[in-house]
Write a protein that binds this ligand. Structure first.
Ligand code: JHZ
Length: 395
């Protein structure tokens, strides 16, 4: 497309959330070239190529939002705010995962959409009204027919995972009542660039939104952002409060503030992305050097939090099971499997880091605060963490 500029090439990458069983590690993995683009016209940052939704989000999906206290707390606080300020009679969540957000609401007023049937089963068992389908126009029509319109649509870390934004927003527009509110929450492009978190790019993150790009897209569907909360979640996310244009809700000053910040940083300029690419390349060299230094001193390195994000880092920097002995992770569906592409074993987290470990690569760097509190003993006894953001260093 003529407005799209390819600014970052993160090399051959596997499916970020496809953890391999022991028998699968011998097989050749499906890979794609992870190239990140900037659209000069609508300011949207996206990846050039990805896998089909069916390959990415199916009944083997391992991610559970409930694995972090930080996320649970954030969802709880938001639900309290929603009950107080919006007072919805009916709510719809797109991408309800294992119910970390929905569980804060009365089952009678909430509907969840979760296409990964293995994850959706968790909320179904708890008698939540969840539907194991992809969000699209056909589903939106069915919901409207069977339940009527909804006055709150919430979606965290999901819309950026759906390629067809036209279908996404037409469908939301259809189910959202006249005075309804749409709340979207996704990683912030501004924070991603500032913190050099290039690992926010992987096959599931088709888009990393900025206010500047999202506002342009929403306008086409008669939708408008009226408030933005900036969150520390996932290394910096934006929570966008959105309304139908004709709805008279006052535009909060947080919108202008975000616009100013993004323009000042240059999120609407090609050169900003060229500079980011250079920083990413430096970051790669520095991270590799840290690992090499630790290894040459015969230190034992493990990983903590086998994240989708770390798939990008490990494959881009070519760090594999010869450098990292194993990963620790609390997610049952990841344990005893191997990291995509780099084949590092994932072990069950049993409450602490083994005494013989010298360095821990923090895959879940976005939960650093929570993890550092948990691993006080390891830190006190001299254990160190390796982190890549805002630049690679040992902590
Ligand atoms: P976390 C996933 O990305 C995929 P990932 C998805 N595309 C997305 O957008 C984000 O989530 C929201 C583990 N852990 O949340 C649990 C511990 O072991 O950064 C998880 O496996 N101990 C939908 O995978 C991983 O780390 C802990 O104490 O990049 C965290 O994954 C904590 C806090 C986490 O998302």
């Amino acid at each position: 497309m003529k407005n799209k500029i390819e600014f970052l090439d993160l090399g051959q990458q596997p499916l970020a959330n496809y953890y391999l069983t022991k028998s699968q590690i011998k097989n050749k993995e499906r890979k794609y070239r992870l190239i990140v683009c900037f659209n000069e016209k609508n300011k949207l940052v996206s990846i050039k190529k990805t896998f089909s939704s069916k390959m990415m989000f199916n009944n083997k999906y391992p991610y559970r939002s409930s694995m972090s206290q930080t996320m649970q707390k954030s969802f709880k606080e938001l639900s309290q705010q929603i009950k107080k300020e919006i007072k919805p009679k009916k709510i719809l969540e797109i991408g309800s995962n294992d119910g970390s957000f929905l569980k804060n609401f009365n089952k009678d007023i909430s509907i969840g959409i979760e296409p990964c049937a293995n994850v959706e089963k968790i909320t179904k068992i708890q008698k939540f009204n969840t539907i194991p389908k992809y969000w699209n126009l056909e589903l939106a029509k069915n919901i409207l027919k069977n339940h009527g319109s909804v006055d709150l649509v919430y979606s965290a870390n999901t819309i950026s995972h759906i390629k067809n934004l036209n279908d996404v927003f037409r469908s939301i527009n259809l189910v959202l009542s006249k005075n309804g509110v749409l709340i979207l929450e996704d990683p912030s492009l501004l924070e991603c660039l500032k913190k050099n978190t290039y690992d926010q790019f992987y096959n599931e993150h088709i888009y990393v939104f900025s206010y500047l790009s999202l506002k342009n897209i929403l306008k086409e569907y008669n939708l408008e952002i009226y408030k933005i909360d900036t969150l520390s979640i996932h290394g910096g996310s934006n929570r966008y409060f959105i309304k139908k244009i004709q709805n008279q809700i006052k535009i909060d000053k947080s919108v202008k503030k975000q616009q100013k910040k993004e323009k000042k940083y240059g999120l609407d300029k090609k050169n900003t992305y060229v500079k980011f690419k250079k920083r990413v390349e430096i970051s790669k060299k520095k991270l590799i050097a840290i690992f090499e230094q630790c290894k040459s001193n015969n230190k034992k390195i493990i990983g903590y939090g086998a994240t989708a994000k770390s798939t990008t880092i490990l494959n881009y920097c070519k760090i594999n099971n010869t450098t990292i002995d194993y990963f620790l992770d609390t997610t049952k569906d990841k344990q005893n499997k191997y990291t995509p592409g780099t084949k590092i074993k994932i072990k069950k987290y049993k409450g602490s880091i083994d005494k013989d470990v010298d360095y821990v690569f923090l895959g879940a760097w976005n939960f650093k605060k929570e993890i550092f509190i948990k691993e006080k003993k390891f830190i006190k006894s001299g254990g160190k963490f390796i982190i890549h953001t805002p630049y690679p260093k040992i902590l």
